[in-house]
Design a protein around this ligand. Structure first.
Ligand SMILES: [Zn+2]
Ligand SMILES: [Zn+2]
Length: 265
């Protein structure tokens, strides 16, 4: 098996944001800040032979020196500060970050709407009904919204109910994730698609199905959406391990790293 390492791709977005927030940042400061955000594997911490540098530092150095052929390099510029070189974001970089933010805002709005629909909806009482809903063919929302697929809030509602409105991470770790009682007289929980719905285009089988939906407390759910990569990984690996068999049984196959790299970074 290939030794696990942090990939260049994983640090592009956080590195751009760090440079934006810290104009003139040096390479070593950038490395320090990134180390707090990403999970380093033992291989990343290895010191390079004959140098006072880790493999992870090397990845960051490579990233910022690839000026001409990768997108990251085109988003930053450097300026001499005495003996050192500091990095700044340029217009292309600003646009790139704005693009990320716009899509995050869109996702956030859609998710709020979805959680509300789930709260207001009924569940599937009959297992046959649920199985039928799970196995429907993926269907696009409308012609104007070509990238979105239809979701059925009743499936998520059924999953929340099946979990007795207890956070799945609470069950997996034994920590208590208490929230509050809603006006529907149940503990407040949110539904989350482990393989996110934006991934539907990559799957023939409907991923809006009970095996792919998690019942999460808002804290865990927000961490998965807005946390550092480290926070996301910690929770997603627990959920992935508990759900992957069920997904595989329904011919939905995805590797954990693939899941993270394609849909969570
Ligand atoms: Zn979610
Ligand atoms: Zn939780």
């Amino acid at each position: 098996m290939e030794e696990k390492r942090v990939k260049e791709r994983e640090i592009i977005k956080p590195a751009l944001k760090i440079i934006k927030d810290n104009p003139g940042i040096s390479t070593s400061e950038l490395i320090k800040k990134l180390q707090k955000i990403v999970e380093l594997y033992p291989g990343d911490k290895e010191i390079l032979a004959g140098r006072n540098d880790t493999k992870f530092s090397q990845i960051v150095r490579n990233l910022i020196s690839h000026k001409n052929y990768n997108k990251f390099g085109k988003c930053i510029y450097e300026r001499e500060q005495g003996r050192n070189t500091g990095f700044y974001i340029n217009e292309l970089g600003e646009n790139e970050i704005q693009g990320y933010e716009k899509s995050e805002i869109k996702e956030e709005k859609l998710d709020n709407e979805f959680q509300r629909k789930v709260r207001e909806s009924n569940d599937y009482n009959e297992i046959e009904e649920l199985m039928k809903a799970d196995s429907r063919i993926p269907e696009k929302m409308s012609r104007s919204n070509n990238s979105r697929y239809k979701v059925d809030p009743r499936i998520t509602k059924t999953v929340l109910k099946k979990n007795n409105y207890i956070c799945e991470i609470e069950k997996l770790t034994g920590e208590e994730h208490k929230t509050f009682v809603t006006n529907k007289d149940v503990q407040y929980m949110e539904g989350h698609h482990l393989i996110p719905m934006k991934a539907q285009k990559d799957f023939k089988i409907n991923i809006d199905r009970s095996d792919n939906i998690c019942c999460l407390c808002p804290n865990c759910h927000r961490a998965i959406h807005y946390g550092t990569i480290k926070e996301k990984r910690a929770r997603l690996s627990l959920l992935y391990n508990s759900k992957i068999r069920g997904l595989n049984e329904n011919k939905i196959c995805i590797d954990f790293e693939e899941l993270i790299n394609n849909y969570y970074i």
